[in-house]
Design a protein around this ligand. Structure first.
Ligand code: PLP
Length: 298
């Protein structure tokens, strides 16, 4: 990695023209571009229709976490949207290049964007940007969470796949509106609830609940994203001898639990201090253990 002499290191942009396969002309599969210059066409379908997918990867002390699972999920989202399968090898190399070109910082956010491309051309547009992560320390100390109706049942993935629940699409305006609504209610984040009463996920995070010695999360079949963080936490917890599995849970189940967190790749494990007006137990030591697993700093 290079070092920067400025206080705020500049973001790095990597363009991946051959993201769905090697470029036909044999040129490089990716190249660093000017992150401050205009790069995207106004006729790209992500601009006109919000038609695309993405991944957000955290890198800690220069090491990106869970790149394989993130790119596998990108491929799953591509399949759900009928997009060409992304070239995971080229994108993984471009992720490494983005970190290499960025100034050394403790926490980087790396976004992998993959769109349906310019209208009529059929070739996905793909780019990667690496930028210094926001300061998530207050979030990691504890958050108030508001439950919000998602207006869809847990059967949506099976029964209405065109609603794209479970795909990480670039149509996140609804997710961002949910965070604003939660903030207007005095919370820091939201937890979506299905019309059949089961809790789902946050607008940008996975729910983790502890009940006694069991760690639980919403089943992917209920139309939530398969979280990479919950994947690595479950693997670690199972190795430690704990029970860790998917289960449908009501709001009451979470409110009466022994602890709950919202998990995501850059914010890590944010303990829920209050679910609406109900106070939840918080275990800073356990949260620190989760953080060590999720940053690879074990
Ligand atoms: N669910 C949604 C809707 C998300 O947007 C995210 C992450 O952005 C997650 C869950 C958590 O996924 P991960 O643990 O891979 O960061």
């Amino acid at each position: 990695m290079t070092s920067s002499s400025t206080d705020t290191p500049a973001p790095v942009l990597v363009l991946v023209p051959g993201a769905a396969g090697a470029p036909a002309d044999g040129s490089d599969p990716f190249h660093i571009a000017d992150a401050t210059a205009p790069q995207l066409s106004i006729t790209d379908l992500v601009v006109t229709r919000g038609d695309g997918i993405f991944e957000t990867i955290g890198a800690f002390d220069g090491t990106p976490i869970n790149v394989g699972p993130h790119l596998a999920r990108l491929a799953r989202s591509a399949s759900l949207l009928g997009l060409p399968a992304p070239d995971q090898e080229a994108i993984a190399a471009a992720v490494d290049a983005s970190i290499e070109a960025h100034a050394d910082v403790p926490e980087l956010t790396i976004r992998v964007m993959y769109t349906r491309g310019i209208e009529g051309n059929g070739v996905p547009t793909c780019w990667i940007d690496a930028h210094v992560s926001d300061d998530w320390a207050p979030y990691r100390a504890g958050i108030r969470v508001a439950t919000l109706d998602r207006g869809l049942a847990t059967t949506v993935f099976e029964e209405s796949p065109w609603l794209l629940q479970g795909a990480k699409t670039l149509s996140y305006a609804v997710n961002m509106a949910a965070v604003r609504e939660a903030k207007s209610r005095g919370a820091q984040d939201a937890l979506f609830v299905a019309t059949d009463g089961y809790v789902l996920e946050g607008p940008t995070s996975t729910l983790l609940v502890r009940r006694g010695d069991a760690y639980l999360t919403t089943p992917v079949s209920a139309g939530v994203l398969p979280g990479t963080c919950v994947g690595s936490l479950f693997e670690a917890l199972q190795k430690e001898g704990h029970e860790a599995r998917e289960q449908l849970m009501s709001v009451e189940d979470v409110a009466t639990s022994d602890g709950a967190w919202l998990l995501s790749s850059t914010r890590l494990a944010a303990p829920i201090t209050h679910l609406d007006d109900v106070e939840l137990p918080v275990d800073p030591e356990l949260t620190a253990h989760f953080e060590a697993i999720l940053t690879g700093r074990v």
